[in-house]
Design a protein around this ligand. Structure first.
Ligand code: MSP
Length: 524
């Protein structure tokens, strides 16, 4: 792989960010950080989808201009992603000028090619989906199956995109490229949807939607949101505006999106790109949804949770544990659930009891028995070394898992390596070995094996828990940033003899949630 360009769905700004939006951004951040550790140049795009009826309506209800409203909510998204340590390259907003130019260019090119035509249309419009629905897509009560609302009947003159023209090519592409739609089982869902594909309306009259990008050459029509929204993936990487960036990174290696918007990506977007003769993305990954206490988040249920609310309520200074929990709560691709109880139990078990405790007790023993020094004779080689072998095996399985988008599995293999190191220390009983002069060196070797394993763990687990990983590195007495260590350079034996710890340098890397120590207030 020469480069890695990953995008996330751009979020609607009609409501503030919640943990469902966060899930997708964290997953992409984990993948992106991992590829950086592989030395692969990357670009990570994130942003907000700011046009359309929903946003226009919400702004009207609040008596503010749509632009002011978008500015306010986009700022909330940016703040939330900062809190969650999401390290993207660009935050794109569809109200930006370079984006308007791209959208109008796409519209014009497709019109010139004969892919866009004007026709009178009567259809059922769902504002939640921001799209027209077929009768057969509705549920038995005539409601939108996703939003449980009755779509509005609309009669208008609109511009249409000849989607039907691309049906066969899309089908062939999906069949010939098993990695194009992931998880693989979702490809058959798309192939089914393709059977019923018709041309789609891609504009609305200005009277019904004023908040959007005008059709070039026809100010009475506004470009309908999906064409506008999907094109962000091109604008974001410099299409028309920064040829060098565009040449380097297009096409997208991964469009990370939720399962609900797969059709728009796998069918609409693919057709637009085919029409534009622009190379297609390598993978469209449709992840599952996060529920809260087993219920879908909704305003009416009052169970919409912002990530910052969770961080506040547990008085967490770093987002690492929430990042870790969300990504490991379910097999990536499937639906997952958040509950306070599960969150607490999972991160206490994995990050505090397992990982944190191992680092803590092995460093404490190093201080107690060797005054925090790694003796030269304590340094071990990888030959016939159980933990060294396991470190290498874990490194390989993390790489393989992430290449296959198995994010929870990769984390599991790291924690299982920590488990093994914990078992190893219990079996080797270094506290007994320390008592005897003849076995003291053996004790140092046992501690070295565990600490060196933890150094590997800090690098492997870094994409999930960047602050904890850095903290681990510092406690191991190592300089530099954990994010700069390449997975290829992860060899056994980097920990050098000499003083690495003292009584004061040892701190828990993660405080148990709800423990006496957790949280400033409780500390006081
Ligand atoms: N604006 C469109 C996407 C346009 S992409 C060119 C949109 N926005 S959204 O705000 O409704 O959703 C943004 C992303 O968050 C989508 O990928 C969606 O699937 C995801 N999620 C929204 N709620 C979610 C959960 N409860 N759980 C996981 N992901 C969820 O769709």
């Amino acid at each position: 792989m020469e480069k890695f360009y990953i995008t996330t769905a751009i979020d609607y700004v009609n409501a503030p960010p919640h943990i469902g939006h966060a899930y997708e951004k964290i997953a992409s951040d984990v993948i992106f950080r991992h590829y950086r550790q592989r030395g692969i140049p990357g670009f990570f795009l994130i942003g907000t989808d700011e046009h359309g009826i929903k946003i226009q309506k919400t702004a009207n209800e609040k008596d503010v201009t749509p632009q002011d409203f978008c500015d306010e909510i986009a700022a909330k998204f940016i703040k939330e992603w900062e809190l969650l340590d999401i390290k993207y390259n660009r935050f794109i907003r569809t109200t930006e000028n370079d984006h308007k130019r791209v959208v109008q260019h796409i519209f014009k090119t497709l019109t010139d090619k004969g892919d866009i035509y004007k026709a009178s249309y009567t259809g059922l419009y769902c504002t939640g989906c921001e799209c027209f629905l077929n009768e057969r897509e509705l549920d038995e009560n005539g409601l939108c199956p996703d939003h449980k609302t009755k779509p509005q009947e609309i009669k208008e003159e609109n511009y249409f995109f000849r989607l039907s023209r691309y049906k066969d090519r899309i089908k062939d592409h999906i069949k010939a490229n098993p990695g194009f739609i992931l998880p693989e089982y979702r490809a058959s869902e798309v192939l089914n949807q393709l059977k019923n594909v018709e041309d789609i309306s891609i504009s609305r009259s200005k009277e019904s939607v004023s908040w959007g990008i005008p059709v070039p050459g026809d100010d009475s029509q506004i470009i309908y949101v999906w064409i506008d929204a999907l094109s962000n993936y091109l604008t974001g990487i410099g299409y028309l505006n920064n040829p060098e960036l565009y040449e380097k990174f297009w096409s997208a290696d991964c469009h990370m999106i939720g399962k609900d918007i797969l059709k728009f990506h796998a069918i609409y977007w693919t057709a637009i790109l085919m029409g534009m003769e622009i190379p297609l993305p390598k993978t469209i990954y449709a992840h599952g949804w996060i529920t809260v206490d087993q219920s879908k988040m909704s305003k009416s249920l009052g169970n919409v949770i912002a990530p910052s609310t969770i961080l506040d309520s547990f008085e967490l200074k770093s987002p690492d544990s929430l990042r870790y929990f969300l990504i490991t709560t379910t097999t990536f691709g499937n639906d997952g659930n958040y509950s306070d109880e599960d969150f607490k139990n999972k991160v206490n078990a994995d990050l505090a009891n397992n990982l944190g405790n191992l680092l803590n007790r092995s460093l404490s023993m190093l201080v107690k028995y060797f005054d925090g020094n790694i003796p030269a004779e304590g340094v071990t080689s990888s030959e016939n070394n159980e933990l060294a072998k396991l470190a290498e095996k874990t490194r390989q399985s993390v790489i393989e898992s992430i290449d296959n988008y198995r994010l929870a599995l990769a984390a599991e293999s790291i924690i299982s390596f920590v488990d093994s190191a914990n078992k190893y220390i219990n079996e080797q009983v270094p506290w007994t070995l320390a008592k005897n002069d003849e076995t003291k060196i053996q004790c140092a070797q046992v501690l070295y094996n565990v600490l060196e394993s933890l150094r590997h763990v800090s690098v492997l687990i870094y994409p999930y828990v960047p602050s904890i990983a850095q903290d681990m590195r510092e406690q191991l007495g190592l300089e530099g940033k954990v994010c700069d260590i390449l997975l290829d350079d992860l060899q056994w034996g980097e920990l050098q003899p000499g003083k690495i710890a003292s009584k004061d340098s040892i701190k828990p890397v993660f405080l148990r949630l709800d423990s006496e120590l957790a949280g400033e207030k409780k500390k006081k």
